[in-house]
Structures are given as structure tokens and as C-alpha cells.
Design a protein around this ligand. Structure first.
Ligand code: F3S
Length: 234
């Protein structure tokens, strides 16, 4: 079927650059994804179109964008099941647009870095690896599957109103290490978590879970993290 893609365009190098929409028509086929359509447009219709992509298989998180008003991965969104003649594509909300569908990811990764998303353990390592039981691993397997696509943070109303809020993705990564039995870094992470732009800015709105392309239980993780900080510090 023929589908019209109405794509948000913005080129800061153009004089008097203004966001506007440009439409392209693509002949789709079963199994074709939004990313396939974007490639078709870029390669055969308009080489000036900019967007991020890499793995094409829902692993790298690069191609997250707003698809018909909902954040998601272009490479995982098939066109024909949407049953739409027109599909509107916008960059992820609340991040500065660099060009067209590509946003500045720096603030997102700065917030992520603030929660020290790595194992902290100064104790001398055992002869072999630091072991973990299958049950202990199960507690953190969900956040390990997070691909850092930014869909959750970009969909969070608390982030829309407070750009300094570190956001659900960073909090969920903090949860991943805080509940890892091998980690001893709670004190080091506390500064980033226990402040008005940290954990307490989450008002349990759940948009983050609706937006997550991996269906991760982000809000649940943040709630457990809040309880842990309250129990350990207050
Ligand atoms: Fe935002 Fe998700 Fe909390 S949408 S307010 S981080 S539950």
C-alpha cells in the first residue's frame, strides 16, 4: 500500500531555520518497518533527511522517535499493522533537535553518568568471579535489558517540566546496580538519587512504561529504589 510519511524537518544551518513538516510517499510491503521507509526516503527521494540508526534490530536504541504521537523504535515498528495512510514522525520530545529527527543525546548520558552505572566494589575479588545466584540475577535481569533508547525519559512529564530531572532511564540503571548483590556503591550513588532532581521528582506517572519498547517495569524499579533509599538513609 502507499503510505504518506509526514516528517518533522529542522536544519539549524538554514537561515531563519524553523521546524516544519515535509511529506513523502512510500510504497510499503508486508514486514516493512518505519526505519525501512526512512531509508527508502533518504536513499531515493531526499538525501538531506537526518535521523539516527545503527543495528536495525532493536538493540542499539538509536532510532527512537515519536511515531504517530507515541515514542518508539523505528526499526521495530512495522508499517502495515498500523493501518494508517499517513504516519507522522517527530524527534523525541524534550530534547534539543540537532537536525530533523536527530536530537542532542548529551544531557541524557550526563544524567546516566551521574548515577555511576557500573559495578562498584573495592573488596578484593575472589579467586574466580563474584558469584550471583539465579534468583539474585532475576531481580536485575529486567533493567539489564534496557537499551538506553531515551523513549522513557522523553515521555516523562516530570522531565518535560524539569530538564535537570535525571529521568527514568538513569533511575532504572541505578536500580540495576543498587539491587545487584555484588555492588557496594550505594553511598556514591546517593548524591544523584536523593535530591529534588533525582528519585523524588518521579511522581509515578507511568508514561515511561507505556513508552518503553522493551516493556520493562521501570516504574516498579523506581518505586523499589525509593523504598531502599528511605530504608537505608531515613
Ligand atoms: Fe516519569 Fe515514569 Fe516516574 S513517567 S514520573 S519516571 S513513573
Amino acid at each position: 500500500m502507499q503510505v504518506t510519511f509526514k516528517i518533522s524537518r529542522f536544519d539549524p544551518q538554514q537561515e531563519e531555520a524553523k521546524q516544519h513538516y515535509k511529506s513523502y510517499t512510500v510504497q510499503t510491503s508486508p514486514g516493512m518497518t518505519v526505519l525501512d521507509a526512512l531509508n527508502e526516503i533518504k536513499w531515493h527521494q531526499d538525501g538531506t533527511l537526518s535521523y539516527r540508526k545503527s543495528c536495525r534490530s532493536g538493540i542499539c536504541g538509536s532510532c527512537a522517535m515519536k511515531i504517530n504521537g507515541i515514542n518508539g523504535l523505528a526499526c521495530e515498528t512495522q508499517i502495515e499493522p498500523m493501518k494508517k495512510k499517513t504516519i507522522v514522525l517527530d524527534p523525541l520530545p524534550s530534547f534539543e533537535v540537532i537536525k530533523d529527527l536527530a536530537v542532542n543525546m548529551d544531557p541524557f548520558f550526563e544524567h546516566l553518568a551521574a548515577v555511576k552505572p557500573y559495578l562498584i566494589n573495592e573488596e578484593p575479588p575472589p579467586d574466580r568471579e563474584r558469584l550471583q545466584s539465579p534468583e539474585e540475577f532475576k531481580r536485575i535481569s529486567d533493567p539489564i535489558a534496557c537499551i538506553l533508547c531515551m523513549s522513557c525519559t522523553s515521555s516523562c512529564p516530570s522531565f518535560w517540566t524539569d530538564p535537570e530531572y535525571i529521568g527514568p532511564a538513569a533511575l532504572y540503571k541505578a536500580y540495576r546496580y543498587e539491587f545487584d548483590t555484588r555492588d557496594k556503591g550505594s553511598e556514591e550513588r546517593l548524591e544523584a538519587l536523593d535530591n529534588r532532581h533525582g528519585l523524588w521528582r518521579c511522581h509515578t506517572i507511568f508514561n515511561c512504561m507505556d513508552a518503553c519498547p522493551k516493556n520493562l517495569k521501570i516504574t516498579h524499579g523506581i518505586s523499589l529504589l525509593k523504598r531502599k533509599v528511605i530504608a537505608e538513609k531515613y
